[in-house]
Design a protein around this ligand. Structure first.
Ligand SMILES: [Ca+2]
Ligand SMILES: [Ca+2]
Ligand SMILES: [Ca+2]
Ligand SMILES: [Ca+2]
Length: 316
């Protein structure tokens, strides 16, 4: 058996055991977030190590090798990213031209939330990450021929508009994680979840990322269907002080620390009717993500990607 297969068996065992532990909540997702993402549940869930990182395991047990090998063979590959330390200031204005961004590579292009079994997204999306002593920085580029937004109030259901989303589980235990969404109006929804909805987790919208800085640049025109836009870029600075609240990890991180993270983009199919965008009735939204979930549900933190923090000049 390969090292990868052994790794997977242990992690998979953790997932299944966790589901049994919360049996009464299993398969009963609730809350606004999951209503749009619970319709197609597949069995292709896995996670894997990222350069020596191992998720925390509460109840490791063992499963038949044949089953595990089957799961490994059909599971989508999780993404990983090395976030460089920002040695110069990042101005949060929506433009990703700060010197610090030059050393942060673009991620792979986003894929469908279910992975390669579904068609590739119609429009390109990619992200960058960087960090310093105060902030986690996230930059994203969303190709979009028709930029629109309606929501102006914080903590409303931002994915009713097209949006960009971030999910962070600092210590990778799949509980106590953060969700963040923003639209092209730069309206944000930030919330804390004590555990996934399928385990009767509760979303706390009153939780805010204190000191959060966000900005959007529109490359084209917003809410004007008469032209064709090229897209929007977002720039986000999340203070470590806020992210540290439920992290159970150093925040800011230490060099080589790994956090679980994923990014999602919700894209509605629209028609232009009487000079305005109208969602096509009966057509569900597209969910495009950095690291494929294998399931139409972002609330499987065990499926998220990995970010490793490197380059702090004051540390080895
Ligand atoms: Ca900037
Ligand atoms: Ca956690
Ligand atoms: Ca909030
Ligand atoms: Ca436009």
């Amino acid at each position: 058996m390969t090292a990868k297969a052994r790794t997977f068996i242990t992690v998979r065992a953790f997932v299944l055991c966790d589901a049994r532990e919360h049996h009464t909540g299993h398969g009963v997702p609730h809350g606004l977030l999951t209503q749009r993402r619970k319709d197609r549940v597949h069995s292709r869930q896995h996670t894997e190590h990222f350069m020596g990182y191992a998720p925390q395991m509460r109840h490791p047990v063992f499963f038949p090798a044949a089953l595990s090998v089957l799961i490994v063979a059909t599971a989508p590959a999780q993404k990983s990213y090395v976030a460089p330390f920002a040695n110069s200031p990042v101005v949060v204005d929506g433009n990703l031209n700060d010197a610090a961004w030059h050393s942060a590579p673009w991620s792979d292009d986003f894929v469908d939330i279910e992975g390669s079994v579904r068609p590739a997204p119609r429009f390109r999306t990619r992200v960058k990450m960087a960090w310093d002593d105060e902030y986690l920085y996230i930059g994203a580029e969303l190709q979009e021929p028709h930029i629109w937004a309606t929501l102006r109030q914080r903590d409303t259901v931002i994915f009713y508009d097209n949006d960009f989303e971030v999910f962070i589980d600092p210590n990778g235990d799949t509980d106590e994680y953060y969700e963040f969404e923003m639209n092209a109006f730069n309206t944000v929804w930030d919330l804390f979840l004590d555990k996934p909805y399928r385990f009767k987790g509760k979303a706390d919208n009153s939780w805010n990322i204190a000191g959060l800085k966000t900005a959007v640049q529109i490359h084209g025109t917003i809410n004007n269907p008469a032209d064709v836009d090229s897209g929007w870029t977002v720039e986000i600075a999340m203070p470590w002080k806020a992210l540290g609240e439920f992290a159970h990890m150093p925040a800011p991180p230490l060099n080589h620390n790994v956090w679980r993270i994923n990014f999602s983009r919700v894209e509605w199919t629209t028609d232009i009717v009487d000079g305005w965008y109208r969602k096509v009735k009966g057509k569900p939204e597209d969910n495009w993500v950095w690291s494929p979930q294998g399931v139409v549900d972002m609330h499987w933190p065990e499926m998220w990607g990995f970010v490793r923090f490197e380059g702090h000049p004051g540390q080895r």
